[in-house]
Design a protein around this ligand. Structure first.
Ligand SMILES: C[S@@+](CC[C@H](N)C(=O)[O-])C[C@H]1O[C@@H](n2cnc3c(N)ncnc32)[C@H](O)[C@@H]1O
Length: 284
C-alpha cells in the first residue's frame, strides 16, 4: 500500500524562499495556486531526507546550491512533464515537409540540425523523426536531431523509449504498428527511429548562449516558455536565438507567443504557422 504523505503546512516565508530558489535554478515561476502541489513535493523530500520541517528543507536546498543534486530532484518533481506523440501534428508535419527541405537548400550536403528543447521523454523528437521517415527526408541527406531536457529521469525514459497509453493517445493504429514494437510495459519506439535522436541533459535557463551544442536550423521549444515569467523568457529566447544559424527558425506551441519578449527574431507567417526567424544577414 502506498504511504500517504501528510503535506506540511508551508509558511508564506518558506514558500516564497523555495519559489525564489526554484526560479534561480530554472526560470520556472511557481505561483500560489501550486501551493498544494509544492506541499506534497516538499513532504516527499522531507520523508526521503528524514527531515521534519519545510524550513529545514529550504535551508538544505540553499546550502547545496542551485546546481545541486537535491535541486535537480526538486525541479524534476515540480516541473510539468506532459507530452505525447504527434502533439500539434500539423506543425510537426510543416517542419518535416517544408522547413527541413528549406534548410536543406541552405545547407547543401551538410547536416540539417534540429533541436527539440524541453523534449520530456522524447515524444516530440521521435514524432518528428517518424514524420521525416514518412517524408523520406532521411534519404535526401543527413539530419542531426537533438533532444534536451533538464530532467535526468525524463531523458532516461527517452532513451528507453517505452510508452504507455497517455503518450500514445494521438498515435494512429497504422503508426503504432509501423514505428513501435510491443514490449513489457507498453510500446517501444523501433531502433531505426531511436537511433535518429540523441539526448542530452540541459537547463535552458542556466546555460548561456555559448557552449557545446553548436547552431541549429530548426529549434522546437513548445509548451515550455509558458512556465517562465517575462525576464526568464527574454533570457531563454536570447539563448535560443544565439543557437540558430542565420535563416534558422524557432517554433513555439500555438498557445505561446513572444509578446513582451525583446528579441532579434523576426515573426513570420507561413500558411497557418508562426515561425520566428533569425535574419540571414545580421546588422552589425
Ligand atoms: C510541458 S513539457 C514540454 C512538452 C513538449 N515540448 C511538448 O510540447 O509536448 C516541459 C518540459 O520542459 C522542461 N523544463 C522546464 N524548465 C526547463 C529548463 N529551465 N531547462 C530545460 N528544460 C526545462 C521540463 O522538465 C519538462 O519536461
Amino acid at each position: 500500500m502506498a504511504l500517504l504523505l501528510t503535506a506540511p503546512n508551508l509558511t508564506e516565508v518558506v514558500l516564497k524562499q523555495l519559489a525564489e530558489r526554484v526560479y534561480e535554478a530554472s526560470g520556472i515561476r511557481l505561483t500560489d495556486r501550486q501551493r498544494p502541489q509544492i506541499e506534497t513535493r516538499v513532504a516527499q523530500r522531507l520523508q526521503a531526507l528524514r527531515l521534519d520541517d519545510p524550513a529545514e528543507y529550504e535551508k538544505h536546498l540553499g546550502s547545496e546550491g542551485s546546481r545541486s543534486e537535491e535541486m535537480e530532484i526538486f525541479l524534476d518533481l515540480l516541473a510539468v512533464h506532459e507530452s505525447y506523440f504527434f502533439r500539434e501534428i500539423s506543425q510537426l508535419s510543416f517542419v518535416a515537409d517544408d522547413l527541413v527541405e528549406e534548410a536543406r537548400e541552405r545547407r547543401g550536403t551538410e547536416p540539417v540540425r534540429i533541436w527539440s528543447a524541453g523534449c520530456v521523454a522524447g515524444e516530440e523528437p521521435y514524432s518528428l523523426a517518424m514524420l521525416l521517415e514518412d517524408a523520406e527526408a532521411w534519404k535526401k541527406g543527413p539530419i542531426d536531431m537533438l533532444g534536451t531536457d533538464m530532467s535526468a529521469t525524463c531523458l532516461e525514459r527517452a532513451r528507453q523509449a517505452v510508452y504507455g497509453k497517455a503518450s500514445l493517445r494521438q498515435t494512429s493504429r497504422a503508426r503504432r504498428s509501423r514505428f513501435f514494437e510491443p514490449v513489457h510495459g507498453g510500446l517501444r519506439v523501433q531502433a531505426s527511429v531511436r537511433r535518429r535522436v540523441r539526448f542530452r541533459r540541459m537547463n535552458l535557463y542556466r546555460e548561456g548562449p555559448s557552449g557545446w551544442m553548436g547552431q541549429f536550423d530548426i529549434i522546437l521549444c513548445r509548451n515550455l516558455l509558458l512556465y517562465f515569467d517575462v525576464p526568464a523568457r527574454c533570457r531563454v529566447v536570447e539563448a535560443l536565438y544565439s543557437r540558430l544559424r542565420p535563416g534558422g527558425c524557432l517554433l513555439l506551441s500555438r498557445s505561446e507567443t513572444l509578446l513582451n519578449v525583446r528579441t532579434r527574431l523576426q515573426t513570420t507567417e507561413q500558411g497557418d504557422e508562426i515561425v520566428y526567424r533569425r535574419a540571414m544577414e545580421e546588422k552589425a
